[in-house]
Design a protein around this ligand. Structure first.
Ligand code: FDA
Length: 575
């Protein structure tokens, strides 16, 4: 069997890689050792950037349609149990009115909550409908690479037979215990198995405890809840309000517990705080918290992505999102190289661009996990809490009571770094050979870079979103870019850039779409937002990569725009 790209894994990373490559017309084979995609809901939080990518693929409606809507995601509660005393709430995932403004201003989409069990089938079935070849029950065994390609040995798990697949490139999207990453010897930093955790998936109608405070996360703070796991006990909505996932920790220094039906039901009853509820158990599993990232994501013709290169707790909801975004970064580069339009050196920029993100999100998610400690401290549940402090002492009319209330408010506010980290979710800026500097310094962050997204057209950043008009239609700047091609944006007086783009496209064979934005042109900036965001003059230009990041920026029109644009694109493509 031969293919251009062999993808190991049909999880968020592999499924998305297959979708992107198929959409770009690249032949690919994607395989998983199992008979179908994920059978347990793990990832849910689908952030704006991921939905933007699905919008680019033309399947945003399916994601939003199957997911739980943004408005139901945000009343995240902290309590002693669902039925017990509520200690505090935080509006999450951009649902606070002020944050909703930030989120709405930054993207044409809003986050939604889509279980991985529903997301993966959309990815792989759309990929298959666009030409991907899927192989279930097929296990990757080993690989060998030479100057022209990779030969992978795989095992058909039904017949037990092994056979070989020859590919020009191989993607290891085989998860947190990646054999591909191990086989190519990726250097990993950090540690695995630092805390123990268990998942309990069950059906139970919990409407009476949650419907008045709709959220995807309900945190349980009670003695023992800070042992292991992800910082505290969690009752996690899968489908409102009758399917749930409980995440509960265990001491990693002890043998992993055998979570049988009796134990699982007891934990559910304890966290819900009601042992009369009817629990229909759907599954249990134990897993461990990791703090590990790859310092290099590829060797030769083999590229790893997703949990294979970043392994961390679910805090911040970044795992599946980042995995899909890894795939988006690599797919257009592979497509250009395979079509002979770019030198293979372009592929080096995958490592340059994605390994800093891997480190960033692994560190962020682990920090968020530990930042529950402040809440436990404020409630008197840690050994170092002030003497006499209890959950109830926060109700006292005393200076200590007031100080405790203030400490608790601050401790809950700190969780913004887990639940409203808009800068982390949307603000990725790349520095690599696939970004041509315009000589300006990176713009300063005027607000907290993790909490707030800072729009900029500085080369390497994602193009800022704003609404433009095209006839009677309202379109996002993001709708004008992507689709596997480069896009040039200019304004009135910048028509010479459009000619330049056409000439370069003709010369290189690389597709470059060009738009003039202004009154009387195909696109208009009726709201004036683009003029505020673009950071160039009317006759300057932005060249945007297929993944919506700015490749090149010119503040105004040079004497020879064709030469300037040609130099930039050739440098990027290494031609
Ligand atoms: P993933 O592990 O999903 O997939 C690996 C694939 O490789 C599978 O198809 C597997 O069959 C295949 N495979 C492995 N070895 C193979 C072999 N030898 N041969 C063939 N196939 C092989 N993330 C997020 O963004 N938002 C969230 O809300 C959450 N929430 C969350 C909650 C909980 C409880 C957990 C445990 C995790 C999350 N996550 C998350 C993280 C998220 O689940 C995780 O980051 C992604 O599944 C990673 O996707 P990958 O595709 O990289 O690996």
């Amino acid at each position: 069997m031969e293919t251009d790209v062999l993808i190991v894994g049909t999880g968020p990373a592999g499924g998305a890689a297959s979708l992107f490559l198929s959409s770009y017309g690249i032949d690919n084979v994607v395989l998983t050792r199992y008979g179908w995609t994920a059978n347990t809901p793990r990832a849910h939080i689908t952030n704006q950037r991921t939905i933007e990518l699905m919008r680019d693929m033309g399947i945003e409606d399916q994601i939003i349609g199957k997911g739980t809507e943004h408005a139901l995601m945000g009343q995240t509660a902290f309590s002693t149990s669902l039925a017990g005393e509520e200690i505090g709430r935080i509006r999450t995932w951009g649902t606070h009115p002020q944050r909703l403004a930030d989120y709405t201003e930054a993207s044409p989409t809003l986050p939604c909550d889509l279980p991985q069990t529903l997301f993966e089938p959309i990815l792989v079935s759309t990929a298959a409908s666009r030409g991907a070849r899927l192989r279930f029950d097929t296990e990757y065994v080993s690989l060998e690479q030479d100057d022209d390609g990779v030969t992978a040995t795989v095992r058909d798990r039904l017949s037990g037979e092994t056979y070989q697949i020859r590919a020009k490139y191989l993607i290891g999207a085989d998860g947190g215990r990646s054999k591909v990453a191990q086989d190519i010897g990726l250097p990993m930093a950090g540690a695995m198995d630092i805390e123990g955790s268990m998942n309990i998936v069950f059906e139970a109608d919990l409407s009476k405890y949650v419907a008045h405070r709709p959220s995807v996360l309900y945190w349980v703070l009670q003695p023992g809840a800070q042992i292991g796991g992800i910082g505290a006990g969690l009752v996690r909505m899968v489908r409102p309000w009758n399917e749930w996932l409980i995440v509960w920790g265990y001491d990693i220094n002890q043998p992993a517990p055998v979570v049988d039906e009796a134990m699982a039901t007891e934990i559910v009853h304890n966290l819900v705080g009601d042992d009369t509820i009817d629990v229909k158990l759907k599954g249990t599993s134990v897993w461990s918290v990791n703090h590990m990232y790859a310092e290099k994501a590829s060797v030769g013709r083999v590229f790893c992505m997703g949990d294979a290169i970043h392994r961390h707790p679910p805090s911040n909801g970044l795992g599946s999102n980042t995995s899909i975004q890894d795939a988006y970064n690599l797919a257009w580069k592979l497509a250009l190289v395979l079509k002979g339009q770019a030198s293979p050196k372009l592929l080096d920029t995958y490592d340059e661009e994605r390994t800093p993100i891997a480190k960033q999100i692994v560190d962020r998610a682990n920090k968020s996990r530990t930042q529950f400690g402040q809440i436990f401290h404020a409630l008197g549940m840690t050994p170092d809490a002030p003497a006499g402090r209890t959950i109830d002492s926060r109700k006292d009319d005393s200076p200590e009571g007031a100080a405790q209330r203030e400490e608790l408010r601050k401790a809950i506010e700190l969780k913004d770094y887990e639940f409203n980290a808009h800068g982390v979710e949307l603000g990725q800026r790349y520095k690599s050979g696939a970004v041509i500097s315009d000589g300006t310094d990176e713009p300063e962050y005027t607000r907290d870079p993790e909490l707030y997204y800072h729009p900029t057209t500085w080369p390497g950043a994602r193009i800022p979103h704003c609404w433009l008009t095209r006839g009677t239609e309202t379109v996002s700047t993001l709708d004008m870019v992507g689709k596997g091609r480069f896009t040039l944006l200019t304004g009135i007086g910048g028509e010479a850039w459009v000619k330049a783009a056409r000439a370069i496209a003709e010369e290189t064979g690389v597709e470059v779409e060009a738009f003039v934005i202004g009154p009387g042109r195909e696109l208009d900036d009726l709201y004036g937002d683009w003029a505020r965001l673009r950071e160039i003059t009317d006759n300057g230009c932005l060249l945007v990569r297929p993944d919506a990041h700015i490749a090149y920026r010119s503040h105004d029109l040079p004497a020879d725009p064709t030469a300037a644009l040609g130099d930039a694109l050739r440098a990027l493509l290494n031609r």
